[in-house]
Design a protein around this ligand. Structure first.
Ligand code: MN3
Length: 218
C-alpha cells in the first residue's frame, strides 16, 4: 500500500505506445508536468500533517470528511488529481480487446441496454464536462453501474463508488492533437481502453453474499 511520500508512477507503456490515438507529446506533458505536479503538491501538504501520512490515496479520499478542514481541500484537489491520473494512464493500452462475455460487458449491457448505447451516453457526458473534469463509468458494491460527471479532481470514491473506466476531459489531455474536437478524442480513447484492467477493477468492487470480495484475478 503506497503512502506518503507518494511517487510519480512511470507510464506502464512506452511514451509513443498509444499513437495515433494519444500522441507522445501530449502524453509527456500530461504525465511529466500535470500529473507529477499533483504528486508534488500532495506531498508538500501532507508534510505538514504527519497524522495523515500513513494513509493511502484511497483512504485519504474515501475518509475525506474525517480530516481537518484545512486538509480537506488539498486532499480533494491533489490526492484526487493523483488518483484520477494514475487510473487514467493505467486504464489505457495499445492492444486490448473487449470480451463481450466478461462480467463487465454483461453488466454494461444490463445497465445501458447495449454497449453502443453506453458509449453514446458516456460520450455525451464527456462532451458536457465544462473546464477541468472527468467522466467515469463507476460501480457500486452491488455491481450496479452508473456514468458520473466529476468536476475538477473530484473522485468517485467520495460517493462510495469505484471508478472502472475514467477519462480526463480537460483540454490538456487532448488539445495538441484534437484541438476543440473532444468527441473525436473520446471516440479514439474507446479504442485504447485497457479492458482486462477494467474487468479486474469491476470484479474487485463486487461484494458477494457473506460480504466476501471476489479475489482479483490476474
Ligand atoms: Mn489531466
Amino acid at each position: 500500500m503506497e503512502t506518503y511520500p507518494f511517487e510519480v508512477k512511470p507510464l506502464p507503456y512506452p511514451i509513443n505506445a498509444l499513437e495515433p490515438q494519444i500522441d507522445a507529446k501530449t502524453l509527456v506533458i500530461h504525465h511529466n508536468k500535470h500529473y507529477s505536479s499533483y504528486v508534488d503538491a500532495l506531498n508538500k501538504v501532507l508534510e505538514k500533517f504527519p497524522r495523515y501520512q500513513h494513509l493511502s490515496l484511497t483512504q485519504l479520499l474515501s475518509g475525506i470528511s474525517r480530516t481537518p478542514p484545512d486538509l480537506q481541500k488539498a486532499i480533494r484537489k491533489y490526492a484526487g488529481g493523483v488518483y484520477n491520473h494514475e487510473l487514467y494512464f493505467s486504464g489505457m493500452a495499445a492492444h486490448s480487446q473487449r470480451n463481450e462475455l466478461c462480467a463487465l460487458s454483461l453488466a454494461i449491457d444490463k445497465s445501458f441496454g447495449s454497449f453502443n448505447h453506453f458509449q453514446e451516453i458516456f460520450t455525451e457526458t464527456g462532451i458536457s464536462v465544462f473546464g477541468s473534469g472527468w467522466v467515469s463509468l463507476s460501480a457500486a458494491a452491488n455491481g450496479r453501474l452508473i456514468i458520473e460527471k466529476l468536476a475538477n479532481q473530484d473522485t468517485s470514491l467520495a460517493g462510495r463508488m469505484t471508478p472502472i473506466l475514467l477519462l480526463d476531459c480537460w483540454e490538456h489531455a487532448y488539445y495538441l492533437k484534437y484541438q476543440n474536437r473532444r468527441a473525436e478524442y473520446i471516440n479514439a480513447w474507446f479504442s485504447i481502453i485497457h479492458w482486462e484492467q477494467a474487468e479486474r477493477r469491476y470484479l474487485s468492487t463486487r461484494i458477494y453474499p457473506g460480504g466476501k470480495r471476489e479475489a482479483i484475478k490476474g
